[in-house]
Design a protein around this ligand. Structure first.
Ligand SMILES: CC(C)(COP(=O)(O)OP(=O)(O)OC[C@H]1O[C@@H](n2cnc3c(N)ncnc32)[C@H](O)[C@@H]1OP(=O)(O)O)[C@@H](O)C(=O)NCCC(=O)NCCS
Length: 212
């Protein structure tokens, strides 16, 4: 039987300030790193770390889109998942702002995770998964924050062994980058020109890139 979220399914957008102290983040759990191996376990740890920092107020500035089951006003439903977005130029965290100065600005998916209780769920009957739905809403939020119109490029650090994550990014138009940037996925935008001769000497850490 198809598992479907109980309605109303609510999407809320929170500033970093509003996310601080948001109680559902305290108990949010997108998996047990001890039960998974490799890339999925690392991703779970990173997501938990960022959610803890959002809760404590120590996270970088970002907008957080959340999905709630049986929702209404913010915080009244059950937290299904969250996705944090911010402005960041491609590879800026790796190469430093100077190395990417010639690039147009872009959006970055800082974090995405769904509570492990909702594995295999669909947002509605015959619909899409909560993670994919959230990512779609997060892209809409980026578009809104850029004043509408043409989408900027959007990128994300995604471990290639994390298949559930790779799947949602691919479904939303992101493409895996060639080595040594294989830990990143990029969704080309229509705003700005990314086809510049980019000469970035970036060292991707052996354990793969981190999310934030
Ligand atoms: C990646 C993620 C957001 C995708 O969420 P989603 O789109 O709602 O999809 P699900 O979590 O249901 O995963 C999709 C499928 O992979 C399976 N899956 C997810 N995590 C799994 C795991 N750790 N082990 C085995 N299977 C897993 C699900 O059961 C589901 O199977 P189905 O298609 O047969 O129903 C979510 O799996 C998650 O929060 N993962 C942990 C944190 C993470 O990796 N974040 C991304 C960092 S870049």
């Amino acid at each position: 039987m198809e598992k479907v979220l109980k309605g109303p399914v609510a999407v809320h957008v929170m500033t970093k300030k509003k996310a601080e102290g948001f109680q559902p983040f305290e108990t949010f759990c997108c998996g047990d790193p001890a039960e998974d191996d490799g890339d999925i376990a690392k991703a779970i740890e990173e997501v938990h770390d960022i959610v803890a920092r959002l809760h404590s107020g120590d996270a970088v500035t970002q907008t957080v889109v959340i999905l709630e089951e049986e929702g209404g006003k913010l915080g009244s439903g059950k937290l299904v998942g969250l996705c944090g977005v911010r402005r960041l130029k491609l590879f800026e965290t790796l190469a430093g702002p100077q190395a990417v100065a010639a690039l147009p600005p872009g959006g970055y998916i800082n974090v995405i995770g769904t509570d492990q209780r909702y594995r295999g769920y669909k947002v509605k009957k015959g619909g899409t998964s909560p993670g994919r739905h959230l990512l779609g809403r997060a892209l809409k939020q980026i578009n809104k924050e850029w004043g509408g119109g043409q989408m900027p490029y959007v990128w994300a650090a995604v471990r290639q062994g994390n298949q559930p994550s790779v799947d949602i990014f691919k479904a939303r138009g992101f493409k895996t980058q060639p080595p040594p940037f294989g830990g990143f996925m990029l969704r080309p935008g229509r705003r700005g020109n990314l086809n510049l001769q980019i000469q970035i000497n970036v060292q991707v850490p052996p354990g793969g890139p981190s999310l934030e």
